[in-house]
Ligand binder design. Structure first.
Ligand SMILES: C[S@@+](CC[C@H](N)C(=O)[O-])C[C@H]1O[C@@H](n2cnc3c(N)ncnc32)[C@H](O)[C@@H]1O
Ligand SMILES: [Zn+2]
Length: 268
């Protein structure tokens, strides 16, 4: 984008990919597709039928409130610090793919901030809490975002597509991902069966697509409330065969990769 550009939006029409003009009441493209602004301020850019409902099994209202309480209490602050360091100074629009209830985006400095998540409930919460950012419902595998429109894109613990990152990033733009390392929340896992050991092996290295990566590791000494929130907010609850035992864990390892790549050209 040229210098002096106003960053009204990076969003594209999910039907025809043309730019979306955004106003107080709604958004529309030149082909005549239009989208109402929801009461909380977000837009729903997910085309019905494109993604199965089962894509968001973890996003109950209960798990979202637990995540908001846990994150706002600062337990994952070292992850925020490392994410900010990896992004560096952001001079243009930043997009949080799989933004959840908006915590990480709210901690990033940028002239314009955009968040996307497939969960309507998450986007409602994000939009209500952080009106300075524009949120939309959409899928990370087919971002309703203009080509070469973002100075930075990032994802924390959510599905993402490196091809889509490359498409939406400006030349020289940066992407950052936060993904679990091999020992992430290991104490909360019910049992290290073969499947889990295989996954640990995969997580021993950062994503191949990254230029560099920092491994962030620390131990949480949780309060009862925080332990309950952490348990409720993670998809681990779907793996736990002995929920009772997991509830008593108070010392938990955090182990994540904060990985980054800066595009020089679109061919890597
Ligand atoms: C573990 S949560 C992380 C949320 C947030 N980044 C955070 O760390 O607090 C995973 C998020 O990915 C979202 N998600 C799952 N599939 C998605 C998809 N295909 N496109 C966009 N978001 C998706 C979920 O709705 C959920 O909010
Ligand atoms: Zn359109």
């Amino acid at each position: 984008m040229a210098e002096g550009t106003t960053y009204s939006s990076v969003f594209a029409c999910p039907h025809c990919a043309r730019p979306l003009a955004i106003s107080a009441s709604g958004a529309h493209c030149e082909s005549g597709h239009s989208f109402d602004r929801a009461r909380e301020g977000y837009f729903n850019l997910l085309i019905a039928g494109r993604v199965a409902r089962s894509a968001t099994p973890g996003d109950t209202a209960e798990s979202l409130s637990a995540r908001r309480r846990f994150l706002n209490a600062g337990w994952y602050e070292p992850i925020v610090t490392s994410l900010r360091d990896a992004l560096g100074v952001v001079n243009g629009p930043v997009l949080d793919v799989g933004c959840g209830e908006g915590y990480y985006l709210s901690h990033i400095d940028a002239p314009a901030k955009f968040g996307l998540d497939i969960s309507k409930k998450a986007v409602q919460m994000a939009s209500k809490q952080y009106p300075e950012s524009q949120f939309v419902v959409g899928t990370s595998f087919r971002l309703p975002v203009l080509n070469e429109s973002c100075a930075a894109v990032f994802t924390v613990f959510a599905p993402h597509s490196f091809d889509e990152y490359k498409r939406v990033l400006q030349p020289g733009g940066t992407w950052v991902t936060v993904t679990p390392g091999p020992h992430h929340l290991v104490e909360m896992r019910p049992k290290r069966d073969e499947k889990i050991l295989e996954r640990e092996e995969r997580r021993a290295a950062p994503p191949q697509e990254s230029d560099d990566a920092e491994r962030v590791q620390f131990t949480l000494h949780l309060t009862d409330e925080a332990a309950h929130d952490l348990y409720t907010m993670t998809p681990l609850q779907f793996q736990a065969s002995s929920a009772e035992a997991v509830h008593h864990v108070r010392e938990v390892s955090v182990d994540v990769w904060v990985s980054r790549s800066t595009l020089t050209t679109h061919v890597k």
